[in-house]
Ligand binder design. Sequence first.
Ligand code: UN1
Length: 526
Amino acid sequence: MSTEAENMKVTYTSTNVDMSRFHAWFDEALRTLRAQQGATYPAYIDGVEVRSEQAPIEDRSPIDAEVVLGHFQACTKAHVDQAVAAARRAQKSWRKLAWQERVAIMRRAAGLIRKQKFEIAGVMCLEVGKNRLEAMGDAEESADLIDYYCDQVEQADGFVRSMKKMTTIETNTDVLRPFGVFVCISPFNFPMALSTGMSSAALVAGNAVIFKPASTTPWTGYRLYKIYEEAGVPAGVFNFITGRGCDVGDTLTFHEGVDGVVFTGSKDVGMRIFHGLSERWAKPCLMELGGKNPAIVTASADLDKASDGVMKSAWGLQNQKCSACSRVYVHKAVAADFIERLIAKTKAISIGDPCDADVYFGPVINEAAVKTYLRVVDQAKAEGEILYGGHRLTEGALAKGHYVAPAIVRVSKESTLLREEFFVPFLAVCEVDSLEEAIEESNKAEYGLTAGLYSGDEAEIELFFDEIESGVTYINKRSGATTGAWPGAQPFCGWKGSGGSGKGGCGPYYVAQFMREQSRSVVVEK
Ligand code: UN1
């Protein structure tokens, strides 16, 4: 890829980019990828290609379920044992490297992601159904995550720190050291950024990693493996296992040779890992789980901004983000006006093949997601009112993929549709009498990831910051009410059922969580 293409940076909030050149480079990447469609890919254990005897996993595109993007290995328990053994061996020399060398390797990986970002983004269009800009944001975020985590190690001087002396004959040092082997399990929705963020933090801290991508996004995972390999991550330090969650998931996370788990995904699976992980002693379990992220629109809000921000956060990636806005609490006085604007903006979005340059809204990931969508729409019909959408889309080429119309529904505050996470394009709107009521209702969900407020009143903003039970908060953000966190800018810490450790990815305390303390006291008697 040309340096010019490499230097064009698109984030989730970019506006001033030369889009014609962006799309030309994107088209070229998609042509290259389509020529590779249908290939068979190995898993990698200890730096060696591995093929399973089980029938391979077919990686099908959500855009057209007939299209098989690639065939991936269905790894078994035996592969997991091999990967754990390899990782334990390789981790010893990886942790002994000077931290500066690990940082240099990881920074090389960030550079390679930037070089290949149009292809990486293209894979995500085809494999996840992301639109071009969302896919590029995901690729760029991955590279920035690595750099940000490397900065953390540098700023902390490799996490070695001199401590107080209690006598004149002793020297005391505090050293953060890696736990050992981390299992990294990532979801389909940000298959590059979340996989890279979790694994790079574990690696730069000196751990070895066994990485299992979501079974719907192994191709993106494979690209990440290849990047680390090319960057110089030694054999066995990063292992790539593909397979069905039900076959290898538990064997991997609960393996006795595993020292910790870093997981992003649903609350149910996360809590199961959390409870099952620590049998012999407490092991670190770093989790970013789901969300049911509210936007609150008060009577003092700028409704143009609010409807833009909610529209973008609700329909970006078809609402399949932990950070997506899936419920709105709007003050009665402005509800009719806000809803009218939101529906007009929702109607205006282009739906179709997300590989096309002008499409904003693509398919959902699979048939199970379509079923969830239809089920919750039925519930909304019974409990409230459908304001927009609510059906499957089957016109023309859409019939081949998993397409549904964005749904906006009105429900009263008792509805469970305001508290359960569905991960499909379904937005529940509820009218309230005050900001206090909106916050109280927001906090009733078990989740606490992101939340947005639209208000023109300083006192309202202060109250929101103080009372809302969410780790990521946004005020008056037009480019996304609840979405768009960036490494080093918005730490992404889930509260309550949305997280575990109280310190999030993208934030300044992330890398240290992959390490344990060792106090070193040396006594020299004169
Ligand atoms: C997710 O929402 O699943 O904040 C991950 C955002 C992105 C993605 C976070 N950084 O919207």
